[in-house]
Design a binder for this molecule. Structure first.
Ligand SMILES: *Cc1c(COP(=O)(O)O)cnc(C)c1O
Ligand code: SF4
Length: 371
């Protein structure tokens, strides 16, 4: 795998590689308390304060693997900002919604979100291995109800079974890949038994935060459920380690199309060069950069959010300079439940019934005359 040759392996010297590469070990050794973080980073006084005060808003948790990607000397490290709480989370902000996408409004039963005619989200667990401080689903994620009750599970399956317009089921949460192999295979089997469901997607951050979750044994079982798409969530090139790159290669080699959904986050990746580097690296690993989301106004996210103008500027800077294959689509979820809309930089300089005029990415102008 020559594409991996310049990437760094993460296992610290004092930990056995066989432990580090075992996903159960990673989940058993998740970090929650300030002291747990000591081997990986030095918390500032302000961060320590945030540990005490933000727990009620949103749980603090990371895998040792993901914490090991932090450069401990850099207080502005992007991964640190994703996983360490900040007191800024406590200010109420310009728009602070517990359920910014109005998902509860589109829930025909407790674990299903049915917003679009042909596809549903099936929230099979509320647990993640890492809690991202900007999470859009704080009303649900991390409540530790963990496993869906048998009754809720059956209700969700019945709903999907009876609603023949559903062609696609997106397993989400929480992170579905925190479930054990047997449970996951059971859920996939039950969904595959529904004739009108054509595509299954698994939305998971595990390739980023616990890439060792995808064992060769599991991949061989998962391939029986094709067409099965993996939707993952890298935000920064620093998240591409030897281990995560290897997992992406394995996923694609086993026939899973892999798509990436990033979120634009102030101080983390709101820079065209960072987005470009991430997108190019992912594309070289055969992962398609799919969405670049405007950060949703969930509680405590004001300090992460870019303005729409800034986000459009970032996309405009990338236009033309980067392969279309590597370009993610800037997208915004209308607060309150209106669904996703595409935000596209405006290249039009004049518009009339007869003709539209444009100025391209490099400044060259031209008209299109309508027939
Ligand atoms: C984002 C989303 C989907 C998937 O949308 P795509 O544009 O097809 O990726 C489906 N249902 C809900 C509720 C969503 O928020
Ligand atoms: S992995 Fe997704 S659902 Fe889980 S905390 Fe992060 S953003 Fe929220």
């Amino acid at each position: 795998m020559s594409r991996l040759k310049n990437l760094i392996k993460t296992c610290p010297e004092n930990i056995l590689a066989s432990d580090w590469m075992n996903w159960h070990w990673q989940l058993r050794h998740r970090l929650h308390q300030p002291d747990d973080f000591k081997p990986y980073l030095d918390l500032t006084a302000e961060e320590l304060g945030a540990f005490k005060n933000t727990q009620k808003l949103f749980k603090i948790q990371t895998t040792p693997y993901y914490a090991s990607l932090v450069n401990r000397k850099d207080p502005k490290d992007p991964i640190r900002k994703i996983l360490v709480p900040h007191t800024k989370e406590l200010s109420s902000g310009a728009q602070s919604m517990s359920d910014p996408l109005g998902e509860r409004r589109h829930s025909p039963c407790r674990r299903v979100v049915h917003r679009y005619p042909d596809r549903v989200l099936f929230l099979i667990t509320d647990t993640c291995s890492v809690y991202c401080r900007y999470c859009l689903r704080k009303y649900f994620t991390g409540n530790d109800e963990a496993f869906i009750s048998p009754k809720e599970y059956q209700e969700a399956l019945n709903y999907i079974n009876q609603t023949t317009s559903i062609k696609e089921v997106i397993l989400s949460g929480g992170d579905p890949m925190t479930l054990g192999d047997a449970r996951l295979i059971q859920i996939l089997t039950d969904i595959r038994n529904i004739d009108h469901v054509e595509i299954i997607r698994i939305a998971t951050r595990m390739p980023v935060v616990c890439p060792m979750r995808f064992t060769p044994e599991l991949l061989n079982k998962l391939r029986l459920f094709h067409p099965l798409f993996i939707m993952t969530h890298f935000n920064h090139p620093q998240e591409i380690s030897f281990e995560s790159a290897q997992t992406l290669e394995l996923l694609v080699d086993h026939g899973f199309p892999v798509f990436n959904q990033m979120v634009l986050l102030r101080g983390i990746n709101n820079d065209a060069l960072v987005v470009q580097e991430l997108s190019r690296k992912l594309l070289a690993l055969r992962v398609k950069p799919y969405y670049m989301f405007q950060c949703d106004p969930s509680e405590g996210t004001d300090h992460f959010r870019t303005s729409i103008t800034e986000s459009l500027q970032i996309q405009k800077e990338l236009w033309g300079k980067m392969s279309g294959l590597a370009m993610p689509n800037l997208s915004l979820d209308i607060p309150g439940g209106g669904g996703k809309i595409g935000l596209v930089p405006d290249f039009c300089t004049h518009k009339s019934k007869e003709k539209w005029s444009f100025k391209g990415w490099d400044g060259i102008e031209g008209d299109y005359i309508n027939p």
